[in-house]
Design a protein around this ligand. Sequence first.
Ligand code: ATP
Ligand code: MG
Length: 335
Amino acid sequence: MSEIILTGIKPTGKLTLGNYLGVLKHLPETMNRGKPYIFIADLHALTLPIDPEELRQNSIDIAAFYLAAGLDPNKATIFLQSSVPAHAELNTIMQNYMYMGELSRMTQFKDISAKMGISKNAADAHIGLGIFAYPVLMACDIVLYDSDIVPVGDDQTQHVELCRDLVNRFNHRYGDILKMPKAEKRKVGARIMSLSDPTKKMSKSDPKGDIFLKDDLSVIRKKIMSAVTDSGNEVKYDMENKPGVSNLLSIYAATKGISIEEAEAHFAGYRYGDFKKDIADAVCEDLAAFQERYKHIIETKEYEKVLHQGAEQANKVANQTLKRVKQAVGLLDLD
Ligand code: ATP
Ligand code: MG
């Protein structure tokens, strides 16, 4: 069956090994399954303060990373979210069908408010509406392309669930207008944790213990060799009691494309030092080739043509969905 698959990355910071193992590395597979829409979520990046030049540079990097990961722009539509105005326009309509209560229950929103050290009462004063309403725009991203599948790491599954609720609500009221999407979680590498605090997700907007995709290989090696491990000396997967070792096992398994059990079997009898050295070797080997391709794409500016072509294709599809929605809710269609 040919499926429509949609996924995006926010250009909020330098991409990490978590983004690579959780998403980028798996993107080429999507081309064999159906029609992929792969975007740079630049509007979402504005939900937290960001320097304009950084935002531009990060956006270019993500486009180049998509290509370096092996996506073929003739099979996958690669585009910037902001180059398709239908996202913002549908957002204006859809925000009326998602409720404040459900939005305020989202873990990401709660985490960010907590991180900003803002008490409940002061919250309204310091947090932009965009970060609160983030799942509305994300739902629009998904439904605009009639997406069947949304591959996500753990952190985004809640938002896809909310999108499904929205689709149900909207279709119940207006008929069969929006396609029902499904989140797809990867088992290995779904949640790569920080190397310095393996109880926290490796995240580009909170970069502690991160490996960045543009780090020199020598730096990457050093970071892995000094990753936090746990007491004891056995290499065993046990997220609760051995989060450091378990995270390194996940990194190895995701890098090699094997299961955790296979990774565990490979390291049976290893000491921590040798264990880390093998992981550093595997990660560096994989990223060396990836970085070479990235550099070439940046030099040739190949991403420019790709983003133009992607915008054209994405606009065509998104505008059809928008038209359907506008008609359904009763906005006059003058065409
Ligand atoms: P931010 O801190 O800005 O939220 P992020 O690193 O979480 O950045 P996103 O742009 O939110 O990155 O997510 C891009 C994709 O990468 C999503 O599909 C997300 O689930 C995935 N992802 C992000 N962090 C990890 C991680 N540590 N392990 C695996 N996948 C991840
Ligand atoms: Mg995130």
